[in-house]
Design a protein around this ligand. Sequence first.
Ligand code: NAD
Length: 285
Amino acid sequence: MSARIINGKEISDTIRREIREEVERLSGRGIRPGLVVILVGEDPASQVYVRNKAKACEDLGYHSEVVRLPADTTQDELLHLIAKYNEDPKINGILVQLPLPKHIAEKPVIDAISVDKDVDGFHPISVGNLMIGDDSLLPCTPAGVIELLKRTGNSPAGKHAVVVGRSNIVGKPVSMLLLRENATVTVCHSRTPDLPAVARQADILIVAVGVPKLVKRDWVKPGAVVIDVGINRLEDGKLAGDVDYEDVLETAGWITPVPGGVGPMTITMLMANTLKSCKRANGID
Ligand code: NAD
């Protein structure tokens, strides 16, 4: 039997409707979530991401600012701007679009963002809170993966989840979240021997590697839930995930397509984080 498709677009739309309702309730009290996105330089992919984030803010009725800085902006100038937004009460979320130009170091920039406004969830204190299970703003793509699982009735509790990839933005945080959700978690990476055999043990297989169509049907236990985080541009211009979707479709129980799976969830979770940060700033639980 063919796998059931996990429709990230539909789930994302549902969450955005929930967010919009809350934003309307808050506006009755004169409260409006605010997000600033800072882009340094002219990376074409980043330009698209920034535009999409601004559009999402507009659709949801957020206060939105986009700051486009020239590629030769200094690190100090960027740090000053972040300090300004840390103090700005209209702003609940500060997002610095990565990657930054080579002359600016990522770490001091991420560290400079107030933890309360760290809607990307990349600040070391946010990462630490995630690790020890304290309340924090969660990194968007991993949080989106957990929403996809829960909202399709695939609770990770008691399941064996295998995560392929150990990056700081996807693999590691999604592993921590799965653990928090009571899954038994195995984390694999480029030095894991016999990856297909490990992956085949998974009830839930999460793949975040960046190698197009790496995962074939012999990696997948029949009936497993397969979440493909990968977004890869092929030579013909089409997008492909890290999972060979066509090959795996008959074996998996559930699968996310690329595009239209994890992708749409990322910005939605950014919006959810900004709302959460706004409610916290106003003393609302
Ligand atoms: P990364 O390059 O930072 O990390 C890749 C990880 O995969 C590393 O831990 C590495 O050890 C592992 N790896 C590399 N080759 C491997 C192999 N052959 N076998 C097993 N493991 C291997 O990448 P990332 O930032 O985690 O992104 C991974 C993918 O997810 C990319 O395609 C990226 O575009 C995509 N992504 C999508 C979203 C989204 O919104 N859907 C967000 C972030 C990343």
